[in-house]
Design a protein around this ligand. Sequence first.
Ligand code: MG
Ligand code: MG
Length: 268
Amino acid sequence: MIYLKSPEEFAIIQANGDILGRCHAEVAKALKPGVTTLELDKIAYAFISDHQAHPSFLNYQVGDKKYAYSLCISVNDVVVHGLPGALTLKEGDIISIDGGVYKNGFHADSAYTYGIGEVKPEVQKLLQVTKESLYLGLNQAQAGKRVGDVAHAVQSYTESFGYGVVRELVGHGVGKSLHESPEVPNYGRRGDGAKLKEGMVIAIEPMINLGKRQITVDKDGWTIRTQDRKASAHFEHTVGVGKDGPQILTTFSYIEEVLKTSTGLLNI
Ligand code: MG
Ligand code: MG
């Protein structure tokens, strides 16, 4: 079942996306060699709680497992769903921070991948291309188009660089639930899949591997890693299908402010 949202509901999701964007920026300010991923998670929990909101991921139930953190933090070869913990960042790492904010009955969901200090040129390129592919995908989020148009835009662009497009994990509808229909894969054919209608809200989230597309799951049951242990990047926006085209309801503007002035983070 695909739930269409009213303009008022778009506005609620956008307000949550604004809190989330500022939360990402607070976390970005703390990114440096030596910081643990658990410290970053605590910053996000405090920021979201201070805004009378709930971190969407905290206590998220998957089968009989409950997620115990506010963020998913995925470093280097971790694609998504990395667990915050004792891991410390070091120069040359890349780190994907994925977060969600729930307030006034709706979720917003977004992710950004950062480079810590000097990152290998090939990895830097992966981050740039993955971020660009997000915008190519979301530009297709228009009433009358189909999910496959979004998917195809992401896949065709990223594969043209020889990257692997993860198949097992996909974007999704967002609303009263964090994950709603339809699924929004990062691979597919133009004109395939669910038709996009005004009022739909979807999370578009390319997960792109420097090497092959195959993934493995760690023993913890959450952490998704590239099988070849090469780097993986992840960028995500929550996007509404509006009357006049795509409306990005989350924001990277606060993150980009931090990156502009930071000396220790890759500015992409
Ligand atoms: Mg997310
Ligand atoms: Mg998502």
